[in-house]
Design a protein around this ligand. Structure first.
Ligand code: UT7
Length: 359
């Protein structure tokens, strides 16, 4: 049966860095607390829109696959922070890329969005309706960050990653997957007033920032992400020892460690870059996959486990067998424009809107 394999990959990380020390300068937190509770040291703050980051990552992924934008027939952008609700971020990406032969759609499953999109894209290829699918995870989460709330605003960052899916008759490709949702727990991670449910006039700023019951999400994440990872390995029909690398959603180092323990994986077979970028929601996995390839952590034929959880509360996991090629066919020189403001200047609209008093 025709399967879908990843043939191109790329990431786009905005240049502006927000470190734990920077956070210490304007809120009641500490590098020690953030590092020990989450593993995060710094995150990126974007001076361009979500679709701009997505487009840069897409150019790089297409170059790695040796393809041109007009070769793509479907673009899926996993995001919960699109430039606008109408049109979708995917519509902007399609235009900015010049992918004139592609349909384009956003998918919102919060932090699980990339795996959801990967599975949807792969199944379009398996079903025979599409041949070259660009799957992108892209987020500009700092837009929603209420820095008067230290329990959530220290966790998230901006960035994008992309992969190209193409048909294959080899034994590489998507081997198994699980997509789940625990909608009853949706209030434990949400932006309550952003959407038709909100009151455009009366809503307080606190209603349009991310609200999260961290410990509750943590407990469920360990159960959902760990359980789904085990089940997709069993479904793929491979032994646990045959898992070469776990590329998990990067939300909290302790959650990743717990997932790895469920799979009985030693730390050298777990990819972690949360220290550098924090939680970029749907973008964490394609960024991590790209960095794993750059660091030579993916060998030809590797069995990769992807696992994620997030708002919804959603979860997703998949096993993908890598092909023979671990080097990009080409590179793209498309890059970010220079940032014209400092990182703290980029955050000033958040401080003004959410009412952060200078310390
Ligand atoms: O992609 C899905 C996104 N969601 C997640 O990743 C959330 C999963 N949850 C978590 O990662 C963790 O629950 C957090 C990192 C959010 C919080 O860690 P925790 O160990 O569950 O801490 P906590 O919320 O139980 O808070 C413990 C203490 C509290 O102080 P008191 O009440 O014990 O005095 C908090 O006020 O830590 C305090 N605290 C902070 N202190 C310094 C909370 N945030 C901070 C902070 N800096 N940024």
């Amino acid at each position: 049966m025709t399967n879908a394999a990843i043939t191109g990959w790329g990431k786009a990380l905005p240049p502006s860095v927000l470190s734990n020390e920077d956070l210490e300068s304007f809120m009641d937190t500490s590098d020690e607390w953030i590092t020990s509770r989450t593993g995060i040291k710094e995150r990126r703050i974007s001076h361009v829109e979500t679709s701009d980051m997505a487009t840069i990552a897409a150019h790089r992924a297409l170059a790695a696959a040796g393809l041109e934008p007009h070769d793509v027939d479907l673009i899926i952008v996993a995001t919960c922070s699109p430039d606008t609700l109408i049109p979708s971020a995917a519509a902007y990406v399609q235009a900015k890329l010049g992918a004139k032969n592609a349909g384009a759609v956003d998918l919102n499953a919060a932090c699980s969005g990339f795996i959801y999109s990967l599975v949807f894209g792969a199944n379009m290829i398996r079903g025979g309706t599409h041949k070259r699918v660009l799957v992108i995870g892209a987020e500009k989460l700092h837009y929603y960050m209420d820095f008067t709330d230290r329990t959530t605003s220290v966790l998230f960052g901006d960035g994008a990653g992309a992969v190209v899916l193409e048909p294959t008759d080899g034994d590489e490709g998507l081997l198994s997957s699980e997509l789940g949702m625990d909608g009853d727990a949706s209030e434990s991670l949400c932006i309550p007033g952003y959407g038709t449910r909100g009151d455009r006039v009366a809503d307080a700023p606190s209603e349009v920032g991310v609200r999260m019951d961290g410990p509750e999400v943590f407990r469920r994440a360990v159960t959902m992400m760990g359980g789904a990872s085990v089940r997709v390995v069993e479904k793929a029909g491979i032994a646990f020892e045959a898992v070469d690398i776990l590329i998990p959603h990067q939300a909290n180092q302790r959650i990743i460690d717990a997932t790895a323990r469920k799979l009985k994986l030693p730390s050298e077979r777990v990819f972690m870059n949360i220290g550098d970028y924090g939680n970029t929601s749907a973008a964490t996995i394609p960024i991590a996959l790209t960095e794993a390839l750059e660091q030579g952590r993916i060998r030809p034929g590797a069995n990769i486990v992807f696992a994620a959880f997030g708002g919804g509360l959603s979860w997703a996991a998949a096993v993908l067998r890598w092909g023979q090629r671990t080097e990009p066919l080409g590179t793209s020189d498309v890059d970010f424009p220079p940032a014209d403001r400092t990182t703290l200047e980029l955050l000033q609209p958040n401080f003004d809107f959410f009412g952060l008093e200078p310390q």
